[in-house]
Design a protein around this ligand. Structure first.
Ligand code: HEC
Length: 98
């Protein structure tokens, strides 16, 4: 139990020191995974999967960035910093299916 708590604390502390990709992955896991599936499967009915998002925004990171910094539709406003939004966008775009 104690070890599990410690592991949890380390997971939360890790993104700050990680590479942008790692930070983006951690942000997506924390804020996006509930609604956006990371495989081909859809999590929430209306929400596109992360590979679908990557395909939709391929070659347009600035559009994805702008999207991530604005509140919209059913998504909560995450108040991401510019650096967080960039890390998240970079990670999302790297998830395109190959
Ligand atoms: C509460 C559920 C929910 C959460 C949490 C959520 N989303 Fe969404 N998202 C949706 C739904 C539903 C849609 C589709 C409807 C729409 O586009 O308005 C969507 C659409 C999108 C789109 C597609 C926009 C387009 O071009 O059509 C992107 C990109 C996106 N979300 C990114 C994210 C990211 C990144 C996160 C985490 C920071 C996130 N979402 C968290 C529900 C959610």
């Amino acid at each position: 139990m104690r070890a599990a708590l410690l592991a949890g604390a380390l997971l939360i502390a890790a993104p700050a020191a990680a590479q942008p990709q790692g930070e983006g992955a951690a942000l997506a896991q924390r804020w996006c995974a509930a609604c956006h599936a990371d495989g081909a499967r859809r999590a929430a009915d209306a929400a596109p999967s992360i590979p679908e998002i990557a395909q939709r925004y391929a070659g347009a990171p600035e559009r994805l960035n702008a999207f991530l910094q604005a509140a919209h539709g059913p998504m909560p406003n995450f108040n991401l910093s510019r650096a967080e939004a960039e890390a998240l966008a970079a990670w999302l775009l790297a998830q395109a299916p190959r």
